[in-house]
Design a protein around this ligand. Structure first.
Ligand SMILES: NC(=O)c1ccc[n+]([C@@H]2O[C@H](COP(=O)([O-])OP(=O)(O)OC[C@H]3O[C@@H](n4cnc5c(N)ncnc54)[C@H](O)[C@@H]3O)[C@@H](O)[C@H]2O)c1
Length: 371
C-alpha cells in the first residue's frame, strides 16, 4: 500500500506531508500527517492505539489530520491541520523514553506540526513529550499548559447545542429540554454539569461502571438508561453523541426521536450521505467538528499565548481568552445552520465549504511576500 495511493481516497486526500517515525529500542512506531499548513502550523493530537494493521493506522491518521484542518479553520484559528498516531497498546508500550523519542520526531519538524492529547494520551504524557520539543500543547497547568481540553470541548458543545435550539425552537434556552448523552467520559461529564445548571433534564448511558457510578453520585437526577439503542429510541429532544465516532448510521437515523443532534464525538457521520438522511427526516445536525472545537481552541491558546500577551499583559495560556473564543461556537453554529436552511443543503456541507473557503482565501495571503 502506498501513501500516495491511499491519499487518492477522497476521504483522505491531498496531504502536504506524512512522516513515518521509528525508534526500535523503545518500540515507537508513529505516523505524523500534516494535511494543510495554509493557515499556519498544523495542530492536532496524538492518538496512541493498538491498530490491527499499519494500513489502519495510516488511514486513521490521514482522516483525522484532514478533519483537524477543517476544525481549526472553522474555529477561526491561525493554525493548519495535522494529527499523529502511535501504533501499539499504550498500556504495554507507553514509557518515558518512548514519549521522549516521539517528542524528538515532533521537534524535528521544526514547528510545522504542534501535537496535543488524543485517545490514549493524557496531559502528563504531553509534559514528557515537551521535554524534547517546543511544539507540544495540552501540557499541565503547572507547566504553563492548557491542561485538560475536555473542559472547553464540553463548553463549546453546550454552546453549539444552544445555537441549534435557537435555530429550531427560537430560543437558546435548554431549560426543560430532554437531552440524551451517549458517553459519560471526560466531555460527557462536564456537559452533564452545564445542562443540569441550565435546567435541562438529562438521560445518559455509558458502558463503563465507573462512569455510571460517577453520575449516580454527582447528579442523582440524571436518568441512566441501558445502552445507546435504548437512548436513541427514548423521548429525547436533543441527542449528544459523546463516545466514539460513527454513531450516526442508517439505523440511528431511522429510529432517532430527537429533533437535534449536537455532540462531542469526532467523525459522527458513519458514511457520506447520512447528513442528507438526517435532514430529510427533519433532524437538525450541528456538525461535529464545529461544535467540538472547544478543546483545540483551549490547547491552541498555548501557541497563541506564546506570541501574544493577554489583556492582563501576560504571555502564556489564558483560560478566559480561550473560553471567550469557545463561546463563539454559538455564533459559528448558528451561521452554519442558517446557511444550510437558506441554501437547502445539509449543515455539514455548509461547514465544509466555509472551512475550505477560509483555507483558500486566508491561505492565499501567504503569497504576498514579506521580508
Ligand atoms: N476530550 C476532548 O477534548 C475532545 C475534543 C474533541 C472531540 N472529542 C471526542 O469526544 C468524544 C468523547 O471524548 P472524551 O475525551 O470524553 O473521551 P473519554 O474516553 O473520556 O469518554 C468516552 C466515554 O464513552 C464511553 N463509551 C464508549 N463506548 C460506548 C458505548 N458503546 N456506549 C456508551 N458509552 C460508551 C466510555 O466508557 C467513556 O466513558 C470522543 O469521540 C473524542 O474523540 C473529545
Amino acid at each position: 500500500m502506498g501513501v500516495f495511493a491511499t491519499t487518492a481516497d477522497p476521504a483522505a486526500t491531498g496531504h502536504e506531508q506524512v512522516v513515518f517515525c521509528q525508534d526500535r529500542p523503545t518500540g515507537l512506531r508513529a505516523i505524523i500527517a500534516i494535511y494543510s499548513t495554509a493557515l499556519g502550523p498544523a495542530l492536532g493530537g496524538t492518538r496512541f492505539h493498538p491498530y490491527a494493521s499499519e494500513a489502519d493506522a495510516l488511514r486513521d491518521v490521514l482522516e483525522l489530520s484532514r478533519g483537524m484542518a477543517y476544525k481549526n479553520a472553522m474555529a477561526g484559528l491561525d493554525l493548519g491541520g495535522g494529527k499523529a498516531v502511535i501504533w501499539g497498546d499504550p498500556e504495554q508500550l507507553k514509557t518515558e523514553p518512548l514519549l521522549r523519542a516521539y517528542g524528538r520526531f515532533v521537534e524535528s519538524l521544526g514547528g510545522r506540526y504542534y501535537t496535543a492529547c488524543d485517545v490514549g494520551t493524557y496531559v502528563p504524557d504531553m509534559d514528557v513529550v515537551a521535554r524534547e520539543t517546543r511544539f507540544a500543547t495540552g501540557r499541565s497547568r503547572e507547566s504553563g499548559g492548557a491542561g485538560d481540553s475536555s473542559i472547553l470541548t464540553a463548553w463549546g458543545v453546550f454552546q453549539g447545542m444552544r445555537a441549534a435550539a435557537q435555530h429550531r425552537w427560537g430560543t437558546p434556552s435548554l431549560a426543560g429540554r430532554r437531552v440524551g448523552i451517549a458517553g459519560l467520559g471526560k466531555v460527557g461529564k462536564h456537559l452533564t454539569g452545564h445542562l443540569i445548571d441550565e435546567g435541562a433534564s438529562v438521560v445518559a448511558t455509558d458502558v463503563d461502571e465507573q462512569a455510571l457510578a460517577w453520575a449516580k453520585a454527582s447528579y442523582p437526577q440524571v436518568d441512566l438508561i441501558a445502552d445507546v439503542e435504548a437512548l436513541i429510541r427514548s423521548d429525547i429532544e436533543i441527542y449528544a453523541p459523546c463516545a466514539l465516532g460513527g454513531g450516526l448510521d442508517d439505523h440511528t437515523v431511522e429510529v432517532l426521536r430527537a429533533a437535534i443532534v449536537a455532540g462531542a464525538a469526532n467523525n459522527q457521520l458513519a458514511h457520506p450521505g447520512i447528513d442528507k438522511s438526517l435532514a430529510e427526516r427533519g433532524i437538525l445536525y450541528a456538525p461535529d467538528y464545529v461544535v467540538n472545537a472547544g478543546g483545540v481552541i483551549q490547547v491552541a491558546d498555548e501557541v497563541i499565548g506564546g506570541r501574544t500577551p493577554s489583556a492582563s499583559g501576560r504571555y502564556g495560556f489564558d483560560f478566559d481568552r480561550a473560553k471567550a473564543r469557545a463561546t463563539r461556537i454559538f455564533d459559528t453554529t448558528l451561521q452554519i445552520l442558517r446557511g444550510a436552511q437558506d441554501e437547502g443543503v445539509p449543515p455539514a456541507v455548509v461547514a465544509d465549504r466555509l472551512a475550505e473557503r477560509r483555507m483558500a482565501e486566508v491561505g492565499r495571503l501567504r503569497t504576498i511576500h514579506l521580508r
